[in-house]
Design a protein around this ligand. Sequence first.
Ligand SMILES: NC(=O)c1ccc[n+]([C@@H]2O[C@H](COP(=O)([O-])OP(=O)(O)OC[C@H]3O[C@@H](n4cnc5c(N)ncnc54)[C@H](OP(=O)(O)O)[C@@H]3O)[C@@H](O)[C@H]2O)c1
Length: 227
Amino acid sequence: MTIAVLGATGMVGSRVITEASTRGHQVLALSRKPASEDPNVTPIGVDANDSSAVCEALAGSASHGAADAVVLAVRTMPVDQEFLVGATRTVLDIAAQLGIRVLVVGGAGALRSPDEQDLLVADNPVYVPAELKPVAAAGIAQLRTCQAHAGADWVYLSPPGLLEPGERTGRYRRGTDTLLTSADGQSWISAEDLAVAVVDELETPGFEYHITVVHGAGEPEGTGRWV
Ligand SMILES: NC(=O)c1ccc[n+]([C@@H]2O[C@H](COP(=O)([O-])OP(=O)(O)OC[C@H]3O[C@@H](n4cnc5c(N)ncnc54)[C@H](OP(=O)(O)O)[C@@H]3O)[C@@H](O)[C@H]2O)c1
């Protein structure tokens, strides 16, 4: 496949690129600071606010092929919900036009709480302290943007509560719209294993629109499918 990654220089995007390239996919690495030495990776300078640049990058050109799928893994510090929603809508619009699949790496806040299904993680102080609520709310707005979009083929991947650089084990547990915890009681995964899940989902798309994953070592706990 040719997989485009918007947010190529980020924690998630860079690992998705490594994972996809290692599996032999072609990668279009979209960011405002393009750079790569990997022959499978084509760096392309794109600002997510520039819809024609995003369209040009995904549609292909003389220098690179068209994307079969696009991974959206952008964020800003501090959080800018308007930017996030706008970039998501741009990617969904263009992907619908080009007929390509979108995988959004979003936030854990959009998941349901494990013990209280009607309470979103974003609204649950057990998981989200007041100072992180704007970040969690932006993730929910991003999911709602996907849900409201007519025509695009998308999947929204919520990471678990904690996502950080770490080890690639190649194992994880996959669930749908409820926060998962691993055997040690923690809701976490390494960015490397999240990238494994992203590329798995692109290679073998599931039927769900909202999915999540969690670290896979130890005994299974709660719901979710082992991969
Ligand atoms: N537990 C959780 O729920 C959790 C934890 C961590 C991350 N996440 C989510 O995972 C996703 C990826 O996060 P991350 O940690 O990988 O982010 P990150 O390391 O902060 O990287 C952000 C990326 O966004 C790109 N970006 C920002 N503004 C852009 C613009 N105008 N045009 C093009 N690219 C732009 C940056 O590219 P350049 O600046 O190079 O252009 C960079 O590649 C986000 O949705 C984030 O919310 C969730």
